[in-house]
Structures are given as C-alpha cells and as structure tokens.
Design a protein around this ligand. Structure first.
Ligand code: HEM
Length: 476
C-alpha cells in the first residue's frame, strides 16, 4: 500500500477542518450532502437549459463590465473620440459612451460583442429548451407551474434584450424605440397615456433611456435571477423527467449523481459556453453602431432589423394588411392587431398550454417519463405548425432586404409571405402527423414498444411529488 504524501494529508485535514468550522456555524452539511447526492437523468437535450443558464452568467459578467463605462444620458455632446468619421458630430452622451466603449475603453469592444452574442444565444437556448419541454410533454402534471415560470422567464428575457439594444441611441436602436412607441400608442383608450408615461413625453422623450437602463441592468435581471432560483428549485423538488429505457419507470430516476460526474460535466459545459461566446465576441462583429450613426428622429434607414427574437413581431407588423377598427368614436389602429393582440394571444396560449392539453385529452395524471414527439402526433403537429408560423413572421422582418436582393417588388414579397404564413403551418402540420404515424408504424413493424395511448381520466392519489420517486444509479 502506498502512503499518501504528508502535504496532501495535511491539505485534506485542513479542508475537513474548514468544512467542519463552516458547518458548525451555518449547518449546511446535510443539505449539501443531499443536494450533491441527487440523481440527474442523462440526455443531450437536457443540456439546452444549462446552456441558457450559462449564457445568462456570461451576460451578467460582461454586462457588469459595460456598466462601468456606459452613461445612459440624453445630454447632447460633441464627439471627439478615436473614430475619425464621427468627430465633431453632435450626439447623446449614451451614444458617445457606447462609441468610447467600442474604440477607447480597453477590452470594451470585445465585452460589448460577447454581451450581444450571449444575449442572442441566451434567447436561442431558451426557445430550443421550451421546444424540448413542449415536444417531450415535460410540461405535464406536476410541472405545469414550472412551465409557467419558464414562460415568464422567456417574456422577461425578450423584453430585456430589447431594452438592452435600445440603450445605445444609435440610428437602429432609435428606430426600434420609435416602433415600440407607436405600438404603445395603438393600445385603445390607454395608449397615449401609457406612451407618455413610459417615454416621459412625446417621442423621443427625455426619460426613456435612463428608465430603460434601470429596467435593463437592475429590475429585469433581478427578476430573472429570482425566477431562475424558483425554476431550478422546482426541478430539484419535482425531480427531472427521463426518457423511457431499461430500468426507467414513472416512479424512479435513473441517472448520474450530481457529485461528481454531473457537476463536472456541467462545469465543463459552462466553460465551453463561455469559451464559444468569447471566441464569437472576439472574432465576429455584431451591432457596429459606429456605422449607423447617432439617432435622428426624422430619419429611418433601410434594412433596419431587430435582433432575431424580436423578428416575429417586426414581421407581423409588416404582414398585417393595415386593417383597423373604428366604432363609437374610438379607433383601434392597425399596429394593435399584429403587435399587441398577437403577442398577447401568443403568451396567453403558452401559459395555458398544459391546461388546454390536459382538458382536451382528459389526461390529468402525473408524468415523469417523457414522450417521444412521434408518440403524440397531434401535439407534435401543432408544435411544428406554430414554429413554422413564427418562422415565416421572422423571415418577413427581412421583406425589404429580400426584395432588394432578388430585385422584386416589396409588395410581391409581402404577398408571398402572407400566403406562406397561412399555407406553411397547415402543410407542415399535416406532414408532421403523417411522419409521426409512419414512425409509429415502423416501430410496430420492428417489434418495438407501441406508443402508450393517452390515458383516460382516472381518479388517483397524486404521486407527483419528488419524494415518491426513489433514485437509482444507471442500470444499463
Ligand atoms: C432563463 C431561461 C431558462 C433557463 C436558464 C432554464 C433552465 C432550466 C434547466 C437548467 C433545467 C433542467 C435541465 C433541462 O431540463 O434542460 C430546466 C428544466 C425545465 N424548464 Fe427551464 N429554463 C429556462 C426557461 C424555460 C422556459 C421558457 C420553459 C417553458 C416555457 C421552461 C420549462 C422547464 C420545465 C417544465 C423544466 C422541467 C423539465 C423536466 O423535468 O423535464 N424553462 N430549465
């Protein structure tokens, strides 16, 4: 038997004594032992939520760096920094400080770019994570509440992304804010009051940047942190779902213990996410505000496009035929329908989906084993149809660029996108149902387990809480 080196034994003693000292004062050892001993099921698709989490960590770190140098003031100054083409141009303090961050602050540009790429990845990961949860039925009882927490996180994240890129007061961000102002105005009865309250007066308003700044760096991030705490605590409390497989049942969890294997994999994923974002921030240009110039309310540049997660709203505004309602001396202006009503219906349906599906199928049983998309052809088809509808809307946000690239009339492009927004969801839904049924038939032909039919409503005791499910280490 080999003896441990003296130094290492000493180190271990020191660590143990340190841990005991802390535990005597804080008493967290039992909690930590239970948490680290938890079993987490393994599947690549469960990493998508973690990518969202780690992108958020990168957002907070890079955002903190940016706050040391950014000044969200609308005071007019004359630019005299390093970027020669804009020297002598009048602009707001906000735009000047963003230019200084890009050209004169050490590591400012790379931090700005990492921050922006992280925001795009954060939202992409959230949307893909939502799709994973939707298509596998992970939102079903008992996880409806966590689904709703997730939808709130999505809304907050979209809003914070918009607030962030609106702060810089360049021509592109000003154009976005003008659209937001018009959408607010379109709300019946309350619109003009709301717009004036939010912007501090008529557009562009003296207060909007300073207000958005507080919202962007404090209020929404704090709300996201709090809700993320709830979200992850619910995952631990209710335990993670798992795909069907050897030894996996509704009443157990098969996977790896959090410590050490899951923790090390997850920390690795964190460094990978941060590394990829750092490389993108260093190598790929994003939002070159110096090319757009300071915001001039009288100008709107062509090919103005928002970040990808706002594209569906921009596209919906472009596709809406301009219909509006006038009755009893009141008017509901055109932007209300694609921007306020569509967004409202979208998020209301998302919030309600677990309950709508349970009501439709009568399945109110707790589920800890996941569906494969083919197991539920109707849900999968509805999901694919919805994704294709929003994809068409997003593509429509580039209607002017499409028209100039292909040298066709912008009206023809809009008409084509309008048709696609109706036809594509229907077509993709039908094809998806057929594909699912085809895959099911192939499974039957291969002698694989037949998909479980949706169970009829049954009265049973709720076995949904975590304690009811013993954990097991991998059996395969
Ligand atoms: C800030 C955004 C979000 C972050 C950082 C996040 C993070 C996570 C993580 C790390 C997990 C465990 C691993 C996994 O299943 O991927 C998880 C689970 C879950 N998330 Fe999210 N999530 C976010 C947004 C959402 C959204 C938008 C929804 C749906 C509307 C959602 C619904 C769920 C549900 C239902 C679970 C439990 C899944 C299961 O047990 O299979 N989350 N989330």
């Amino acid at each position: 038997m080999t003896r441990r080196p003296r130094l290492l034994r000493g180190d271990r003693m020191l660590t143990r004594r340190g841990a005991t000292w802390l535990d005597n004062r804080l008493g967290g050892a039992r909690f930590l032992r239970t948490a680290l001993g938890k079993v987490f099921p393994d599947h690549w698709s469960f990493m998508i939520g973690e990518i969202a989490l780690y992108s958020f960590v990168v957002l907070v770190l890079t955002g903190t760096y940016l706050t040391f140098f950014f000044d969200a003031s609308t005071r007019t100054v004359t630019y005299s920094g390093s970027y020669a083409p804009l020297r002598g141009v009048e602009m707001t303090e906000a735009y000047r400080s963003a230019l200084d961050l890009s050209f004169d602050v050490r590591a400012g540009l790379v931090m700005r770019q990492i921050h922006h790429w992280a925001a795009l990845l954060f939202l992409a990961a959230i949307v893909v994570h939502l799709m994973r949860v939707f298509f596998t039925g992970a939102f079903r009882r008992p996880r409806e509440l966590n689904w709703m927490v997730g939808v709130t996180l999505l809304i907050l994240s979209i809003f914070n992304g918009f607030a962030g890129y609106s702060l810089l007061d360049d021509q592109l961000s000003g154009t976005g804010l003008r659209i937001a102002y018009s959408i607010t105005l379109s709300i019946p009865l309350a619109g003009t009051w709301l717009a004036s309250l939010l912007f501090g007066g008529e557009f562009p308003g003296p207060d909007i940047l300073s207000r958005l700044y507080v919202i962007h760096i404090l209020l929404i991030p704090a709300a996201i942190v709090a809700l993320l705490g709830v979200h992850l605590a619910l995952v631990v409390r209710q335990k993670h779902t798992q795909f069907a497989g050897p030894g996996r049942r509704e009443d157990n969890v098969v996977g790896e213990r959090v410590w050490p294997s899951f923790a090390f994999k997850s920390i690795g994923l964190m460094f990978l996410t941060a590394g990829v974002l750092a490389a993108m921030g260093g190598l790929a240009q994003i939002n070159p505000i110096w090319l757009y110039g300071p915001f001039e309310p009288a100008e709107v540049s062509a090919a103005s496009q928002p970040d990808w997660y706002m594209g569906w709203l921009d596209g919906a505004l472009r596709l809406w035929p301009g219909w509006e309602l006038r009755a009893f001396g009141y008017e509901v202006p055109a932007p209300f329908f694609p921007a306020v009503l569509l967004a409202g219906v979208t998020f209301a349906l998302l919030y309600l989906w677990p309950f709508l599906e349970a009501h439709r199928t009568g399945d109110r049983e707790p589920h800890h084993l996941l569906d494969r998309p083919r197991d539920r052809p109707v849900r999968t088809a509805l999901g694919v149809a919805t994704v294709s509808f929003y994809a068409v809307l997003t593509a429509s946000a580039a209607s002017d660029v499409t028209a100039t690239t292909f040298q066709v009339s912008v009206n023809a492009v809009l008409r084509a996108f309008r048709a696609a927004a109706i036809v594509l969801p229907v077509l993709s839904g039908i094809v998806t149902v057929r594909l699912c049924r085809e895959l099911q038939a192939r499974d039957v032909a291969r002698g694989l387990p037949v998909p479980r039919p949706v169970e009829p409503p049954k009265r049973s005791r709720d076995r949904s809480r975590g304690q009811a499910r013993p954990e097991a280490t991998p059996v395969d």
